[in-house]
Design a protein around this ligand. Structure first.
Ligand code: B12
Ligand code: SF4
Ligand code: SF4
Length: 352
């Protein structure tokens, strides 16, 4: 391999990451992620993955850094904060909530910085590939092995002194760096997240049943399970509850924040009625960076209809007109959700 520049030291890489808004960088071994592999197979067999693909598509691939980069010797793991200093105020009218990690695209700047790091390693003759939220590797497990944090009972990776409002990514590389020591458990006897989950989706410490997790239910295609519609409340995309009740995250998170930029790019609240009036093109333009199955905006509208059923004003003329329109629309799934919402608001007799 051609080596045009000396291999950067770990300190140099840490400094490079810090300059790009990544305050935490660690090193994991590039060996098989045994625990994650076993968990993926077990949870898939038990149906806890609820049909999700992602890292479940091929567990043997997503848990083997060698499949990502043959000959890899290290995985540089990175955490970038996404908690914002400024919390956008909730506008008036029926507004749907977006989880913090999706207010803006936090993955793009993380990936850009990691790709630059990979390029720097390549200039030293090494192979290196950057990943963040990619099906190729289980981010939390490598981040844990790379000494960034501990697995909370809410399944999130918590960074000591910082909490869990971080997105994670890594660079798998043939370069060799000293591997970090994993961080010890910091949850102790706390179990607030297990008790605080609105649907009881944390079925054991560190184990999320995706068939009940609102963060997955808003992403999966098909009918929104009727038994979890009320629990969805005003959430349109993502769910923060198991982090909002987490004492270390609440205590430490505000010390580690990012600047978001200006509206309209910041999407903390979405006007439900406006959303339900918007065209496919507009919805994909505004929310296309979210995970929307088949890139079909009907799934965003489905979530919005459930939200409207939970928080809408039955006396508001526009709400009634919107629900009526969807109830007689050509999409049977949306018609059923509109029917449910109208019944919730007492506009028609109950549908169940
Ligand atoms: C699939 C997926 C989901 C699914 C399933 C979540 C899950 N818990 O697996 C859904 C759609 C529900 C989801 C939701 C969210 N996600 Co998500 N998701 C992923 C994805 C694509 C794969 C995760 C995976 O492979 N899970 C498989 C299972 C086996 O892993 P696990 O639950 O972590 O299991 C581990 C623990 O159980 C632990 N363990 C084993 N034994 C024990 C015992 C004890 C006592 C404990 C505590 C732990 C423990 O080991 C297991 C194996 O590593 C990753 C990106 C990636 N490529 O990795 C993002 C990722 C995990 N998600 C992320 C985020 C931000 C979220 C949300 C917070 C978003 C939101 N606000 O809605 C929620 C949080 C929900 C939750 N409580 O987990 C971040 C996590 C950041 C962090 N600090 O942890 C990731 C890493 C994306 C990223 N690159 O930043 N997600
Ligand atoms: S994201 Fe929400 S629904 Fe999913 S485990 Fe956490 S609190 Fe429960
Ligand atoms: S709420 Fe408590 S148990 Fe759950 S992740 Fe946070 S510290 Fe751990």
């Amino acid at each position: 391999m051609r080596r045009s520049e000396p291999l950067p030291s770990l300190d140099e890489l840490v400094a490079m990451a810090a300059e790009r808004g990544i305050p935490h960088l660690g090193v994991a071994p590039a060996t098989v992620l045994d625990r994650a592999r076993a968990a993926l197979h077990e949870r898939k067999a038990a149906g806890l993955h609820a049909g999700m693909a992602f890292t479940y598509r091929d567990p043997d691939r997503s848990t083997d850094p060698q499949r990502a980069v043959p000959g890899a010797r290290s995985v540089l793991v990175a955490a970038r904060p996404y908690l914002a200093d400024e919390v956008p105020r909730r506008p008036s009218g029926p507004q749907a909530r977006v989880a913090r990690y999706a207010w803006v695209d936090h993955y793009a700047p993380l990936r850009d910085a990691l790709r630059d790091m990979a390029r720097r390693l390549k200039r030293s003759g090494e192979r290196a590939v950057a990943f963040a939220d990619d099906n190729a590797i289980v981010d939390r497990e490598v981040a844990h092995l790379g000494g960034l944090g501990w697995f909370g009972k809410n399944a999130n990776l918590l960074l000591p002194g910082a909490g869990s409002y971080f997105v994670l990514g890594c660079v798998v590389t043939t370069a060799e760096y000293p591997v970090a020591t994993p961080v010890a458990d910091g949850c102790g006897s706390c179990r607030r997240c297990l008790d605080g989950c609105p649907t009881g989706a944390i079925v054991a410490p560190g184990v999320v049943d995706a068939t009940r997790c609102l963060a997955w239910l808003v992403q999966q295609p098909g009918t929104f399970p009727p038994e979890h519609r009320e629990a969805l409340g005003d959430r349109l995309y993502g769910c923060d509850d198991c982090q909002e009740v987490c004492p270390p995250t609440v205590r430490w998170g505000p010390r580690h924040t990012v600047e978001l930029g200006a509206a309209p790019d910041v999407q903390a609240w979405v006007d439900v009625l406006e959303l339900l009036d918007a065209s496919d093109a507009d919805l994909l333009d505004r929310h296309g960076r979210w995970y929307v199955p088949e890139r079909d905006p009907r799934w965003i509208r489905r979530n919005a209809l459930v939200v409207l059923g939970n928080i809408g004003d039955p006396h508001d003329e526009r709400t009634r007109r919107t629900l009526d329109r969807y109830r007689v629309g050509t999409d049977p799934v949306l018609a059923e959700h509109a029917e449910w919402a109208a019944a919730q608001l007492g506009l028609i007799g109950t549908t169940t």
